[in-house]
Design a binder for this molecule. Structure first.
Ligand SMILES: NC(=O)c1ccc[n+]([C@@H]2O[C@H](COP(=O)([O-])OP(=O)(O)OC[C@H]3O[C@@H](n4cnc5c(N)ncnc54)[C@H](O)[C@@H]3O)[C@@H](O)[C@H]2O)c1
Length: 340
């Protein structure tokens, strides 16, 4: 097989981006689109006149010409639709977060393994030039020992009816964190509050602990007047600020830090030296991350490779999300993460 046919299910805000990118790939022959809302399908046909459309998901499942399906529906449907896709013998791409629970995610992993099908999750940021550059910088040791990471993902809306702000916004930060640090956390604690829709938290703060005193603080909100997508990584040698809102110069590396000048016996001998060195901005390529992500999915199917953001990667994020929910319910207690 040198080309595949792929269907995108869910043509709301995000689905058309997947349709556009899959349509541009030379190793994709035909793209199908499915949405239960006929108006959404009519808009899709306006933009992509050659596309095959259906408002019935069963037509996608029963179509033996379709090799792979990408799910971009609301999160509560990810598991139900994804399960049918794998059981019908097709490869599966699911938007983030993989599922609404750990049990659901584990079932999809098992089905993919048993049916020998590719399972990939849309953790788009792991395909961005900026996040890959940050990983390269951390791995090179340029920042020194990482002390902590501070992340914010804030804006006004878009409220989701089926999930809270952590399940909506934090999957990106959690996948970025584990990718750049190269490790999974040991525990989380979370605080969240609902102001607009009862029992759906619209603002939350999460503390994520890793081994060796390393931790991350994450603030997510649908109730902020300003759009913020920022991460600060503080290391013993240098500090890095990643601002995803700016079109250029997304990463700045600050040669700044604080050092204890010498050992001291009393308060009078307490001396710290502050270093205010240069700031530099690494060059990043302008490639569209979603194009890299879609191309990677098709390549993995054709070459039998495991995706960088495979089912396990999706399960890791869902495991942390589920633990934050438990912590919120119990007033922010620390919830240990069991990775077995
Ligand atoms: N990777 C990213 O950066 C990114 C960005 C935005 C959204 N997303 C993810 O994409 C997914 C969709 O989000 P959205 O904002 O586009 O949602 P949306 O509500 O705008 O669109 C969902 C679409 O699914 C359709 N749908 C619902 N049930 C269906 C069914 N049974 N069969 C066929 N179609 C059905 C709806 O009619 C709607 O058009 C979510 O998982 C979200 O987390 C990912």
């Amino acid at each position: 097989m040198s080309k595949i046919n792929i269907a995108v299910v869910g043509c709301g805000y995000w689905g058309p981006n997947l349709i556009r990118n899959f349509s541009q790939l030379t190793n994709v022959d035909r793209v199908f689109a499915c949405d239960k809302d006929k108006n959404r399908l009519s808009k899709v046909r306006d933009h992509f006149p050659n596309i095959n459309t259906t408002d019935n998901f069963e037509n996608i499942i029963n179509n033996t010409e379709i090799d792979a399906v990408a799910i971009a529906t609301p999160v509560f449907l990810h598991h139900k639709l994804g399960k049918q896709v794998l059981e019908s013998g097709k490869h599966l791409f699911i938007e983030k977060p993989l599922t609404s629970s750990v049990a659901e995610a584990k079932e999809l992993l098992r089905l993919a393994r048993e049916n020998k099908k590719t399972l990939m999750v849309g953790h788009t940021f792991e395909y961005t030039p900026a996040v890959n550059k940050i990983k390269e910088i951390i791995d090179s040791g340029e920042l020194g020992e990482i002390y902590y990471v501070d992340m914010s993902r804030l804006n006004l809306g878009l409220f989701q009816p089926d999930i809270n702000v952590i399940w909506d916004l934090a999957p990106h930060d959690l996948s970025i964190l584990m990718f750049v640090l190269g490790q999974r956390p040991t525990s989380v604690s979370a605080y969240g509050a609902s102001h607009v829709i009862e029992n759906i938290e619209d603002v939350a703060q999460v503390r994520i602990e890793f081994s060796n005193k390393l931790f991350a603080l994450l603030h997510v909100s649908w109730l902020d007047p300003c759009k913020v997508r920022r991460a600060t990584i503080v290391g013993s040698k240098k500090m890095l600020v990643y601002n995803d809102i700016t079109p250029l110069e997304k990463i700045r590396i600050y040669d700044r830090g604080v050092e204890s000048e010498s050992s001291y016996d009393s308060f009078g001998e307490f001396h710290l030296s502050y270093r205010y060195g240069d700031i530099y901005i690494p060059m990043l390529s302008g490639i569209e991350p979603l194009k890299v992500e879609c191309s990677h999915f098709v390549e993995c199917i054709l070459e039998g490779k495991t995706p960088n953001t495979d089912g396990q990667n999706g399960l890791n994020v869902v495991t942390i999300l589920e633990a934050t929910q438990e912590s919120i319910k119990k007033n922010g207690i620390r919830v240990d993460l069991n990775w077995n």
